[in-house]
Design a protein around this ligand. Structure first.
Ligand SMILES: Cc1cc2nc3c(=O)[nH]c(=O)nc-3n(C[C@H](O)[C@H](O)[C@H](O)COP(=O)(O)O)c2cc1C
Ligand code: SF4
Length: 524
C-alpha cells in the first residue's frame, strides 16, 4: 500500500476521534456545537496577537468589548493568569475622557501584600435596600456586583441556569429580565424579579397585570426585590417582539402567553401613565409583597426625574432603588439607531439622575445601581465614585459563560449557545461548568474593586469619592470628577451612618494589611 493510501484513512480516523472527543466533552460549547471546526478558531486565536499586529485590529480597537477587556474576563472566569505584561498599551496621554484613579500613599485602609488576597472577600452593599422606606423585606445585598436582567427567551435556558447557579456560588443576585421567572431561574440563586410592560409571569389571560399572580410568584421563589422596567439603554421607549418560532412551550408557560404565536411587549406600561401613578403602583407592590421596589431606566429627558424626585420629597412615596442603564448597554436585538444614538451614556445619564435626587436630599435614601459596561473594574470604580452603590453586569457575565462577541444574538444562531433558543446550539453550553466561570468572574471583579478601594485608602468601593478620580482632557490637563459632573462635596457617598457601618462590616475580621512582612518572593 502506498504512503498516501495509508495516510488518508489515518487522517479520517484522527478527525473522527477529534470529532468524538469534541462532542463528548463539556468544557467548550463551541467544540460541542462545531466539532473539529472549532479548533480552527482556537488556532487562529492563539496566533491572533501576531496576525492582528500586522493585519487586523489592535488590542483596544474592537467594540463593544476590546480584546484586552474580553481577555481579562475570560482569564478571570477560568481563574487563569489575568495579568497583562509590559505596561499599558492604552494611549493614556492622548485620550480625552480617560479616567485616572488617584491612589493614596498613606491611606486609612492598607492593602494586604499577598497577590491572591481578597479573592474570596465578601463585598456587601453599603446601604440596606428598602430600609429607608421601612419595607418588610429590606435587606443588605451581599454583593455590590450582581447579574443584570436578561430574559429567558433572549438567553437560552442553559445560559440562564449557568448564571443563576453562578449567582448562588458567588452570593449575588440575578435579575430575571422582563421575560418572567422560568424553571432555569430556580437553581439556587436569589432573584430580582423584573416587571416589564407585558407583565410576563404575572399577567392574566387578557395580558393585564395580576397582583395575585405576582404575589404567588414571589412567594414561591427566592425573589428579594422587584424592578419595574421603564426602559433599557440600548433601546429606550421600544417594545419588543419574540417571533412565534421562538415561543416554545417552556417560554409560553414562563411568560403566560400562547405557545407558537408572536409574543409582543408594548412600548408603555398599562398600570401607570405618569410619575404620580407610578409612585402609587410602587407603593402598592411594596405593601402587597413586602419587597423593596425599584425602577430601571435609561436617561434621556430629565423632566421625568425632576417630577419623580419632587413627588418623592413632597408626598413621602418613593422607590427603594434606581437602576440607571447607559446608552452603551446591551440588548438581544434592537434597531441600530436606538442602540447607537438614543439615551445618554452611563456616566452622563447616571450623574444627572444622581444630582436630581441629591438636590432634593433623597440620595442617601435610595440605592443606586449602575449598568452599561460596568463589569470592567475601571468603569465600575468611576460609577462608585459618582454614587453607584451596586453595579449590574450583563454582557460581561455572558462573556464569562462563553460568549465570543459574535454579535449574532438577534439571529438565533449564537454559536456558543448563550443567546439562542436553538436546542442544538444551547446544549453546547454546560450550565454546571459555566456557572463556576460566572462565579469566578464576579469574585475577581469584586476583588479588583476592593483592591482599588484600598489603593485609594478606603475599605469599600462605595467609599471612593469623586475626589479620587480625574478625567484626562488630553496630554496636559485633567478635570476632577466632581467638576466634570457638577457634584457638591459629599455627593457620591452613602450617609455618615452607612459609611460607619460598612467600614465596621469590612473590618470585622480585624484590619487587613498593616506593615508588610518580609517578602522573599517579591518580583516587582
Ligand atoms: C441579551 C440581552 C438581553 C437583555 N434583556 C434585558 C431585559 O430583559 N431587561 C432589561 O432591563 N435589560 C435587558 N438587557 C440589558 C442589560 O440588563 C443591561 O442593562 C445592559 O446590557 C448593560 O449592561 P452590560 O453593559 O453589562 O451588558 C439585556 C441585555 C442583553 C445583552
Ligand atoms: S456569542 Fe455572539 S451571538 Fe452569542 S451571545 Fe455572544 S455576541 Fe451574542
Amino acid at each position: 500500500m502506498s504512503w498516501a493510501r495509508r495516510a488518508v484513512p489515518a487522517a479520517v480516523a484522527a478527525v473522527a476521534a477529534i470529532a468524538a472527543r469534541d462532542l463528548l466533552q463539556r468544557d467548550h460549547a463551541l467544540r460541542r456545537n462545531f466539532p473539529v471546526l472549532a479548533h480552527a478558531r482556537y488556532l487562529i486565536e492563539s496566533i491572533g496577537p501576531e496576525l492582528r499586529q500586522y493585519v487586523v485590529a489592535g488590542n483596544d480597537e474592537e467594540r463593544p468589548f476590546t480584546r484586552d477587556q474580553r481577555r481579562w474576563v475570560y482569564a478571570s472566569a477560568k481563574q487563569e493568569n489575568n495579568y497583562f505584561g509590559f505596561g499599558t498599551d492604552n494611549d493614556i496621554e492622548h485620550t480625552a475622557g480617560y479616567p485616572i484613579i488617584k491612589h493614596r500613599t498613606f491611606g486609612r485602609a492598607v492593602p494586604p501584600s499577598a497577590p491572591g488576597a481578597g479573592h474570596d472577600v465578601t463585598l456587601p452593599c453599603a446601604k440596606v435596600l428598602g430600609a429607608a422606606r421601612g419595607r418588610a423585606g429590606a435587606f443588605r445585598p451581599e454583593s455590590v456586583v450582581n447579574i443584570s436582567g436578561m430574559s429567558f427567551g433572549s438567553l437560552s435556558g442553559n445560559a440562564v441556569q449557568a448564571l443563576n447557579r453562578g449567582a448562588a456560588l458567588a452570593g449575588c443576585l440575578q435579575n430575571t429580565g422582563e421575560g418572567g421567572l422560568s424553571p432555569h431561574h430556580r437553581q439556587g440563586g436569589e432573584l430580582v424579579f423584573q416587571l416589564g410592560t407585558a407583565y410576563f409571569g404575572c399577567r392574566d389571560e387578557r395580558g393585564r397585570f395580576s397582583l395575585e399572580r405576582l404575589k404567588d410568584l414571589v412567594a414561591d421563589a427566592p425573589v428579594r426585590a422587584l424592578e419595574i422596567k421603564l426602559s433599557q439603554g440600548a433601546k429606550p421607549s421600544l417594545g419588543g417582539l419574540l417571533p412565534a418560532a421562538k415561543v416554545s412551550a417552556e417560554i409560553a408557560a414562563t411568560r403566560g402567553v400562547p405557545e407558537g404565536q408572536d409574543c409582543v411587549s408594548p412600548s408603555r406600561h398599562a398600570e401607570f401613565s405618569d410619575c404620580d401613578s407610578l409612585l402609587d403602583w410602587v407603593e402598592l407592590l411594596a405593601a402587597e409583597t413586602g419587597l423593596p421596589v425599584g425602577i430601571k431606566s435609561a436617561v434621556g429627558d430629565l423632566g421625568f426625574w425632576e417630577e419623580l424626585t419632587t413627588l418623592m420629597r413632597d408626598t413621602g412615596r418613593g422607590v427603594d432603588f434606581v437602576t440607571v442603564d447607559g446608552g452603551e448597554g446591551g440588548t438581544g436585538a434592537a434597531p441600530l439607531i436606538f442602540s447607537d444614538s438614543v439615551s445618554l451614556p452611563f456616566q452622563q445619564g447616571f450623574s444627572r439622575v444622581y444630582r436630581t435626587f441629591a438636590e432634593r436630599d433623597l440620595h442617601e435614601q435610595v440605592v443606586f445601581v449602575g449598568a452599561g459596561k460596568l463589569g470592567l473594574p475601571d468603569n465600575a470604580v468611576v460609577a462608585f465614585a459618582l454614587g453607584a452603590d451596586m453595579v449590574n453586569v450583563g454582557r460581561e457575565a455572558m462573556l464569562a459563560i462563553g460568549c465570543i462577541q459574535a454579535q449574532k444574538c438577534h439571529t438565533d444562531t449564537c454559536p456558543t449557545g448563550v443567546a439562542t433558543q436553538n436546542a442544538w446550539l444551547a446544549r453546547g453550553l454546560d450550565p454546571a461548568r459555566k456557572s463556576v466561570r460566572a462565579a469566578n468572574y464576579i469574585r475577581t471583579l469584586r476583588r479588583d474593586l476592593v483592591k482599588v478601594a484600598e489603593a485609594c485608602g478606603v475599605e469599600h468601593p462605595g467609599l471612593i469619592g469623586t475626589d479620587a478620580v480625574e478625567i484626562l482632557d488630553g496630554r496636559t490637563a485633567s478635570t476632577p470628577l466632581d467638576q466634570v459632573y457638577g457634584y457638591r462635596p459629599e455627593w457620591g457617598l452613602p450617609s455618615a451612618a452607612d459609611r460607619a457601618e460598612i467600614v465596621r462590616l469590612m473590618t470585622a475580621e480585624g484590619p487587613r494589611g498593616g506593615s508588610a512582612p518580609p517578602s522573599p518572593t517579591a518580583v516587582g
